[in-house]
Design a protein around this ligand. Structure first.
Ligand code: APR
Length: 229
């Protein structure tokens, strides 16, 4: 089976009602990133950070996968598909994808604030202050904050080196190390990009561009790939 690697960003979840990052003048739901998504923010005001992610989690749980998530899952009928996502929502999984690598973690799980490899399911939508991990430290959202390590990046890079087809959906490629993954895709691998505003591709312009929103562009591309010989 041919291997398809899909790298997704916030844009694929935009039509599910979840905000992207750089479309909203640098604020995330009205907050500065450094006030809610850094280890310093957590040290300074853990309640603010905890509540911020509780609100994000509520939105994620209320959101539904859109046609793009569902179409990517359909690709598994004919291809060996790995979705590498920068998103912390679980819409790829709920859309039916069975092989998802979350570079920046997933908001539906909690993690120990002492040992990031200790993660737990969350019952409902919130993590309360006072809820502790097995080491006795406060539980926090299982997401990668700015300035923290991205443990899955090595695995994701290796996956990209083996892509027979590469698809980029809904990412401005503004944040490293995720953005650097495209450089691991072999030069002769066909590369597609789906985005209504194709970001400046400071890489080879060999991308086949589909300037559409994901619910249209990904569905069109998947149909083409499923009908290919
Ligand atoms: N369909 C497809 N793409 C879309 C849609 C849509 N309906 N709407 C917007 N986009 C595109 C935008 O044009 C943009 O190129 O999605 C991209 C979103 O870019 P960002 O907001 O920068 O999101 P992302 O690339 O995922 O950010 C990467 O930055 O803030 C950190 O950790 C955070 O994972 C995030 C990372």
């Amino acid at each position: 089976m041919k291997k398809i690697v899909v790298l997704t960003g916030a844009g694929i979840s935009a039509e599910s009602g979840l905000k992207t990052f750089r479309d909203s003048d640098g604020l995330w739901e009205g907050f500065n990133i450094e006030d809610v998504a850094t280890p310093e923010a957590w040290r300074r005001n853990p309640e603010l950070v905890q509540n911020f992610y509780n609100e994000r989690r509520k939105s994620v749980l209320e959101a539904q996968p859109n046609a793009a998530h569902i179409a990517l899952a359909k690709l598994e009928e004919k291809y060996e598909v790995t979705v590498i996502t920068q998103n912390i929502d679980d819409l790829h999984e709920r859309g039916g994808s069975t092989n998802v690598v979350h570079l920046h973690g997933i908001i539906t799980r909690s993690q120990s604030s002492k040992n990031p490899s200790l993660t737990y399911p969350i019952d409902g939508w919130e993590i309360k202050m006072g809820e502790k991990c097995e080491l006795g430290s406060q539980l926090r959202a299982h997401v990668v904050w700015f300035g923290e390590a991205v443990p899955m990046i090595g695995k994701a890079a290796r996956i990209c080196t083996g892509a027979d087809i590469f698809i980029l959906v809904g990412s401005s490629l503004a944040v490293y190390p995720a953005a650097g993954l495209v450089d691991y895709v072999p030069r002769d691998t066909p590369k597609y990009i789906v985005d209504p505003k194709i970001p400046y591709m400071n890489r080879d312009s060999s991308y086949i561009k589909i300037e559409e929103k994901a619910s249209i562009g990904v569905v069109t591309l998947v149909t083409r790939l499923l009908n290919e010989e």
